[in-house]
Design a protein around this ligand. Sequence first.
Ligand SMILES: O=C(O)C(=O)C[C@]1(C(=O)O)C=C[C@@H](O)C=C1
Length: 444
Amino acid sequence: MALHMCPSLTVSSTELVYLSSGSIQKEAALSLKKVRLEHLPKKRMARLPILAAHNTGNGSWSSQSPGVISDTTHHLQGRHADWQSSCAVLSSQWASQVEKESLAVDLHADASDEKLATTSFRDTLRDLVTFPKPLSIIDFSKPPSHGSELRVAYQGVPGAYSESAASKAYPNCEAVPCDQFEAAFQAVELWLADRAVLPLENSLGGSIHRNYDLLLRHRLHIVGEVQISVHHCLLGLPGVKKEHLKRVISHPQALAQCEHTLSKLGVAREAVDDTAGAAQFIAANNLRDTGAIASARAAELYGLDILADGIQDDSGNVTRFLMLAREPIIPRTDRRFKTSIVFALEEEAGALFKALSVFALRNINLTKIESRPQRKRPLRVVDDRNHGVAKYFEYLFFIDFEASMADPRAQNALGQLQEFASFLRVLGSYPMDMTPVGPSVSKS
Ligand SMILES: O=C(O)C(=O)C[C@]1(C(=O)O)C=C[C@@H](O)C=C1
């Protein structure tokens, strides 16, 4: 199932809101309804906070307040995904709370109606909920799972390059397609996925600015990077010749990476959300005058012919993807690490020179610098009595440098930068992708 940005939904808080998208929890909640919560003593109802997710009224969700299940109907301002995530976060608390409830009943139950109601509650849950198995020494001796069992969000549909990047980053993972970059960020934040793998820059097209902006707006940590060579094909319906095409659709980056081929073809270009999505669209709508720029895998998945192979402007076409997680990894010095930061500076002559010198002075190599406008402070107006009013656009600087945060040189450099930066955030310190990325080759 692809993750989509969903419209708001309305749920009555007199209903039990089930705690996870999983069917076990849903059934548990539904059968609890049969237990009739209003028959539970008030004391016990207050101890079921996790059975209802509360809308705080400002669009956010509270799991803190006790589960008083009132009669009023709440309009859940959050999106479906917000709701699901509140549920997912709470479901683990739920399991342990239920275990405690059961024990409390065994030890202290006295009133017979209370015992009856709570016992059936406990039995229902015992039947329906499987509690996590305690870790044993065998679990610790298992080799690392290399991504298996991880849910990894990526933007696009199956056959997208981002899906290949997710598989390279986390072999055997369950790749979760998302309709937009932002949905992939949210999927991880809301515990619907464990990681996200998103493109940040391409050797031909340059930076993917949207993801720089989203990195700042969201609170995920960069835990790794992967680079893949991108080998584009021109796809069309079976029997179609490339001379018959009137337009070519694809992801804007892919269109940009095939500029020469498209100019030679003299076709109209149209941007869509992702390369594989373009192939899927042509197949689904039987468009004989439209071609897609996508991978050979997309051709296979959506039953299209490869009309031209390797159509990117340069055979060494590489895209760098970031691996994102809710928690940072512990930086190390026993292998090559990269650190990504973002900072803002006060307007003054030589400010950026000074900022960059903190790395140069410690012999730290910078691998990328990108500036993005500060959306919240687009313009600064300075009243200079001599020369009237000066207007400055405010920028943020994203920098990647080749050092681990565990390296004292990096710590000292950032310590010095912090002295004059008006804002500084470390986005992540992570192992560099050292696997060779050769020129992209034909897979057909
Ligand atoms: O559309 C896809 O297939 C993607 O994975 C997106 C994307 C990108 O955003 O740059 C990834 C790699 C290629 O550079 C082209 C497109």
